[in-house]
Write a protein that binds this ligand. Structure first.
Ligand SMILES: [Zn+2]
Ligand SMILES: [Zn+2]
Length: 417
């Protein structure tokens, strides 16, 4: 597989995904970033590495993934009794305890999605080499970007850290071999994301289909592969066959619906206990806040701050931030447009990190089940809190930030970035 050449990227158009400006991108040197001149969004970064490097990362990730599935990653011991946790133990115990939704959610984002993401990368990159049908590869690679934020191995490892600090005062805790596989998996996936040039993959997948000249219709930037099509709305993208829409449909209404639903659940998520801890026949419920207080009492300030930020600050910032962006967008405000676009980008990036507490509960439930001696069960607050996290991710995803610029009366213009 050859590396990207500068000539391969001579002059192409992109619609900025955050403000809708059409930009003409000239040839770039490897590592250079093309930024939108209006809102500063990175439109494209030409990667330095060869296409074989992300493939090697994906293969390494797959080996770590298989290993992580086969062995336990954490073991605890108390009064001569031991318990160990594998990736699937938490979801299984949550389901057995009557929290099926929570169990399924953890199962999907920690077991299914990382595997699917690695599978898509490996099949697409190997398929390009071996000449698998392009149509099949396109329909697979179309999902790569969509499922990426849902493969939450990085967040899971932080959840593990919090669970570990809670277990060490009560039990003999042993780290098991699969933990290193999970760390390897996270690092391989990060390296794969950093080195994979999606534009280059799309070019090689759809090269023969690219239109030679501009058509009559208004340009629409494809939300999946980025190609600027001159075709009417509702027609398929020439490169990846996704249906073209000038803006996300019913964007503001859907974003409001998810934000309001999440705001309603934010209250019970903080009032109800997220888990119950039984120790020596005494059961104590923990809300998000009392969990943090407990960490502070044990002198674990850094972990307490991490949980406070992930579980209380981020969800609140997301709700208030989304409401502010939606209200100002609907009113057609022309102020702070770059700032509001940046706020949207930040909300988009930080959202998934709120899952730390949910993963911590899943690991504690997996391990601590020694009857009256020590036992952990999930509770209503955890379901409400997980729903807040998921609904806010949906809200951010439903909103089209280009509307901030459209509604402020910015006519579409063309630019050379
Ligand atoms: Zn822009
Ligand atoms: Zn496309």
């Amino acid at each position: 597989m050859t590396a990207a050449s500068e000539a391969e990227f001579k002059d192409f158009w992109r619609e900025c995904t955050h403000c809708g400006l059409f930009c003409r991108l000239g040839p770039r040197h490897p590592g250079e970033v093309a930024e939108c001149p209006r809102c500063g969004t990175a439109l494209w970064r030409m990667r330095r590495s060869h296409m074989n490097f992300p493939l090697a990362c994906a293969m390494a990730g797959l080996l770590f993934y298989i290993f992580a599935l086969m062995a336990p990653f954490l073991e605890i011991e108390t009064y001569g009794r031991a318990a160990f946790a594998r990736l699937e133990t938490g979801p299984i115990r949550l389901t057995e305890g009557g929290w099926e939704l929570l169990g399924t959610l953890v199962f999907i984002v920690t077991l299914i999605m990382p595997g699917v993401k690695l599978g898509i990368a490996i099949i697409t990159l190997l398929g390009l080499e071996t000449g698998l049908p392009r149509r099949l590869l396109k329909s697979l690679f179309r999902w790569y970007e969509t499922i990426s934020p849902w493969a939450m191995m990085d967040v899971y490892l932080l959840g593990f850290l919090v669970a570990y600090t809670r277990l060490t005062p009560m039990f003999n805790v042993h780290l098991d071999t699969a933990l290193y596989a999970l760390i390897g998996l996270m690092l391989s996936m990060a390296a794969m994301d950093a080195s994979l040039d999606q534009e280059l993959v799309w070019r090689r997948l759809g090269h023969e289909d690219l239109p030679a000249e501009r058509g009559e219709a208004q340009p629409i930037g494809c939300m999946v592969c980025g190609l600027v099509n001159h075709r009417p709305p509702g027609s398929p993208c020439l490169r990846c066959e996704t249906i073209l829409e000038p803006r996300k449909p019913a964007s503001v209404t859907r974003a409001w619906a998810y934000t309001i639903a999440a705001a309603c659940l934010y209250v019970p998520a903080n009032l109800y206990p997220i888990m119950n801890l039984t120790s020596m026949a005494k059961t104590q419920p923990y809300t998000i806040f009392t969990g943090i207080v407990e960490l502070v009492k044990n002198g674990l300030w850094p972990v307490a701050l991490l949980v406070f930020f992930a579980s209380i600050t981020i969800p609140l910032l997301k709700l208030v931030g989304m409401a502010y962006i939606l209200v100002t967008c609907q009113r057609g405000s022309a102020q702070l447009m770059r700032g509001r676009t940046l706020a949207y980008k930040i909300i988009n990036v930080i959202g998934r990190w709120s899952m730390i507490d949910i993963f911590m509960i899943s690991i504690l439930v997996a391990l601590v089940h020694f009857g009256q001696i020590a036992n952990v069960t999930a509770d209503t607050g955890a379901v409400c809190f997980a729903s807040v996290v998921i609904l806010t991710i949906f809200a951010v995803d439903a909103f089209d930030p280009r509307l901030i610029w459209d509604n402020a009366g910015n006519a579409k213009e063309d630019h050379k970035a």
